[in-house]
Design a protein around this ligand. Structure first.
Ligand SMILES: Cc1cc2nc3c(=O)[nH]c(=O)nc-3n(C[C@H](O)[C@H](O)[C@H](O)COP(=O)(O)O)c2cc1C
Length: 204
């Protein structure tokens, strides 16, 4: 957790359905005291508006304020970065950030990460995780999956990325949408090595 407080964790939201996963992840990580470097694609802004009714401004400072208020987090937990901010700590391995989650992850971003495009800060930060041996966790969402999607996931899994598809289980008998979202966010927390004990686990 010290590393998450000092260096921070990159949380990227892209334009797949499932904005609630990214929002809830930020809320839980921020609640644990992590510093979050937040990257949001233009398409993710559309999905946020459609699915969560949240209008996220483009300007990073105002976006961070909006998210902090929406998620009822302490000030300073969230820092947003423009996707062309190549001076952001997320853009370089030397900044020492070693954990990144893309939730939800669109098939477009998945493809660009798999090919090393590094054309925006989300893709570049993921590239940094792969080259530095950091923990890159992707939550893809699409159905059905084409062979292209599957090939990209296989390639990234072989490179060490953790693929955590938005595929909730129902064996914990969810009673609400929040339960379903939390089931998936639990998996992200476990992959980050930041499980806080509230996770629903098999056999419990
Ligand atoms: C409301 C909405 C839902 C979408 N859902 C998905 C989805 O579940 N999976 C996906 O791969 N793309 C989905 N898309 C399409 C992507 O947003 C689109 O391919 C976009 O170019 C992705 O850009 P990004 O990777 O930069 O975020 C959706 C778009 C909208 C507006």
């Amino acid at each position: 957790m010290d590393e998450a407080r000092e260096r921070g964790i990159v949380v990227a939201m892209t334009g797949a359905s499932g904005a609630a996963y990214g929002l809830r992840l930020m809320q839980r990580l921020g609640g644990l005291g992590a510093r979050l470097h937040v990257l949001v694609s233009d398409a993710a802004r559309l999905v946020l508006r459609e699915e969560a009714g949240l209008i996220l401004p483009e300007e990073p400072g105002t976006a961070a304020e909006t998210l902090t208020r929406h998620l009822r987090l302490e000030e300073g937990r969230i820092v947003c970065h423009a996707l062309d901010d190549w001076f952001s700590p997320a853009a370089s391995g030397s900044a020492g950030i070693r954990r990144m989650v893309v939730a939800p992850c669109s098939m477009g971003t998945l493809a660009r990460i798999a090919t090393g495009a590094s054309d925006n800060l989300i893709e570049r930060a993921a590239d940094v995780m792969l080259k530095e041996g950091g923990r890159l966790i992707l939550m893809p969402r699409e159905t059905p999956l084409s062979a292209i999607h599957l090939e990209h996931m296989l390639k990234l899994a072989r490179l060490g990325a953790r693929i955590v598809p938005a595929m909730p289980g129902f064996y914990h008998r969810p009673e609400s949408l929040d339960d379903i979202v939390d089931f998936m966010v639990d998996r992200l927390m476990m992959q980050l090595g930041l499980a806080d004990g509230s996770e629903k686990r098999w056999g419990e």
